[in-house]
Design a protein around this ligand. Structure first.
Ligand SMILES: NC(=O)N[C@H]1NC(=O)NC1=O
Ligand SMILES: [Zn+2]
Ligand SMILES: [Zn+2]
Length: 455
């Protein structure tokens, strides 16, 4: 099969047996006989997105999302690989046995390729053989929380657990992703028992100040110094999930990187597209942790992205059921924290980013090459000879309204914070390993995604 496209000049990508076999500047008019040629004219052909932070919640909470709905939404949004988080599913993915349950649940249901993070919790951190079993079974790395996760069977880890986990991960050369917020009480800090207006977003924002992120990251940086070349944790890598604070927390990460620590950081579209000032009273679709901060913070976060201080983007797609989002009560303190977004990674990032000067090359690095490399997926994330033919074809300038008529494939479309927005950048077609999994608004009849296991 050949794909022709005209972006920065004509381009032809040749695909055979799921892999890219040539990338040629210019249109190749004559191919082998019987070879299928798709001409995309002036649409953009880019590597499919690799979303390394997605909660698919199956098994156990399929009513929240699920492999079928989540990966169909991913395919419709040009996301060709997702890496599933070890929590919100039940049981959580914290052992070889629970990973097996994930794999069984995913069978014949996934429309894009799916990798898995395992969970680092106190129990397995203190039992190396459980962790080794989980890593040997193929999780791409581990994830832990420095504050309560909101899920009973996923307890938070202390720095001691994190160090234990890193010493195992160092041998496997796989990363630890950390939810870096550390609860502490300060003078202005209102906690959940205080009587602020629960429908006001500011009440919630004040319960999770930037100093929570700063405190957690400061502790982590004390550990990442040992990941430097020659250090006691050489080979280990710490990745800070969903950074929201673009001030002191970011400065700490920059400093650690300047010393050669093996550390990276992601942020998410909701921190780049929204600001606290614009969140309506009672609209709990916008509740997440760490919280969406003010417009100045957002601007600084975009600057950090464009200057390369933020390594990659991910969705932290974390949906739930309408009942737990408490939309009617609009109670920001009691509602589930998590933003539903997976299908909109590409248009949301583009619509917001182009106002700040984001280029297509940067977009592609942040959403494909960098996350693929981070997760150890060498054959993904770039249109290059030998790579998987994971491709999104899209029209960056095509605008659309996310209204009730728009085909949203997520389990609960109405819960997404992006509904009602006008976005720029419509996906035409999505290929996963050469299979056309989404074409002009329709999915392929069969789910041809495969699970990705580390060797
Ligand atoms: N458990 C879970 O998905 N938590 C996520 N939700 C959110 O808003 N931040 C998270 O870490
Ligand atoms: Zn998190
Ligand atoms: Zn998450």
């Amino acid at each position: 099969m050949r794909i022709n496209s005209f972006v920065c000049g004509p381009l032809t990508v040749e695909i055979n047996e799921g892999k890219i076999i040539s990338v040629i500047e210019g249109y190749v008019k004559k191919g082998k006989s019987k070879q299928e040629v798709i001409d995309y004219a002036d649409a953009v052909v880019m590597p499919g997105l690799v979303d390394v932070h997605v909660h698919l919640d199956e098994p156990g909470r399929t009513q929240w999302e699920g492999f079928y709905t989540g990966t169909r939404a991913a395919a419709a949004g040009g996301v060709t690989t997702v890496v599933d988080m070890p929590l919100n599913n039940h049981p959580t993915t914290v052992s070889m046995e629970t990973l097996k349950l994930k794999l069984e649940a995913a069978e014949n249901k996934i429309y894009v390729d799916v990798g898995f993070w395992g969970g680092l919790i106190p129990e397995n951190a203190l039992n190396t053989s459980i962790l080794e079993g989980l890593l040997n079974a193929g999780v791409l790395g581990l994830k832990s929380f420095m504050c309560p996760s909101g899920i009973n069977d996923f307890p938070m880890t202390t720095l001691h657990h994190i160090k234990e986990g890193l010493s195992v991960l160092a041998r496997y050369r796989r990363p630890l992703l950390v939810h870096a917020e550390k609860q502490h009480h300060s003078k202005n800090h209102l906690d959940h028992n205080d009587k602020g207006d629960h429908r006001a977003y500011l009440t919630y924002l004040n319960t999770r100040p930037p100093s929570w992120e700063e405190a957690a990251i400061k502790e982590l940086i004390g550990v990442t110094q040992h990941t430097r070349i020659g250090g006691s944790l050489e080979g280990a890598h710490v990745h800070i999930a969903h950074l929201s604070d673009s001030s002191a927390s970011l400065d700490l990460i920059k400093e650690a990187k300047s010393h050669g620590d093996s550390v990276s950081v992601e942020t998410c579209p909701h921190y780049l597209a929204f600001s606290s000032e614009g969140i309506p009273n009672g609209d709990t679709r916008f509740k997440c942790s760490p919280p969406i901060r003010d417009a100045y913070n957002k601007k600084k976060l975009w600057e950090a992205v464009l200057e390369g201080h933020i390594d990659l983007l991910s969705s932290d797609h974390s949906p739930t059921v309408p009942g737990l989002k408490l939309l009617e009560e609009g109670d920001f303190l009691k509602a589930w924290g998590g933003i539903s977004s997976l299908q909109f990674d590409l248009p949301v990032t583009w619509s917001s980013g182009k106002k700040y000067g984001l280029t297509l090359e940067q977009l592609s690095l942040l959403w494909s090459k960098k996350p693929a490399t981070f997760a150890g997926l060498e054959a993904k994330g770039a249109i290059a000879v030998g790579n998987h033919a994971d491709i999104v074809v899209w029209h960056p300038e095509q605008e659309f309204d996310l209204n009730d008529d728009y085909p949203v494939f997520l389990k609960h479309p109405g819960l997404s914070a992006y509904m009602g927005k006008r976005l720029s950048g419509e996906v035409l077609d999505t290929f996963v390993r050469g299979n056309l999994v989404f074409k002009k608004g329709k999915h392929a009849p069969a789910a041809c995604g495969i699970p990705i296991l580390a060797k």
